[in-house]
Design a protein around this ligand. Sequence first.
Ligand code: DC
Length: 230
Amino acid sequence: MNSDKIIIAIDGYSSSGKSTMAKQLAREIGYRYIDSGAMYRAVTLYAMRHGLIGPDGSVDEPGVVNALEDISIDFHVEGERQYTMLNGENVETQIRTLEVSNHVSPIAAIAPVRHALVKMQRAMGKTRGIVMDGRDIGTVVFPDAEMKVFCDASAERRAERRYKELSDKGEQVKYEDVLANVINRDHIDENRAESPLRCADDAVRLDNSRMTIEEQNRWLLDLYNRITRQ
Ligand code: DC
């Protein structure tokens, strides 16, 4: 029943494994999974394609804000797979490149970008029964979410995971560059003026540096069961 469904907010550092476990929990309990980071990545890809990010990485902020009215973001679900759609185009592969990762934090720091995406995210949560992951889901998007988790792992461990992910996809990257990107994004995400990354007071913290994917999935499902059976 819809009224029984809750909102689950999973926040944390980049590559902390939150998407993997959020996706798995959503599948297990029949909820919709929303990757809010994909939405910031889609805006970044649009900005890159439209010359709003210079070769030196400088961002044309008014240009990006103006472009917001021309950007529509959606998720297309096909069985177990989910694709991010930017103005009707499947951009799932393009938004995961290191190039997009390198430009996304300054885009995500622009207040009107955040306001527009938070509005979309709240609309997606109207029906409840969602697991959303990101940086500000438990603090800003859904401060009343019934279940909140904040995920962390060492920067080296997170860089290893992201390096493996990119290499498996055939992207030629150096581990040192991935680590630098992880550290740099942490810094920008934690220090931006608009809704910086922080753990909500009522979130359950998880450091998964030494956990396998199966262990963290089980941990999350146990937490969900504890919360919903109270
Ligand atoms: O989770 P991710 O690495 O795909 O997120 C990409 C970037 O988007 C990340 O550097 C920070 C930003 N982001 C954010 O500011 N707020 C969110 N709710 C989700 C992501």
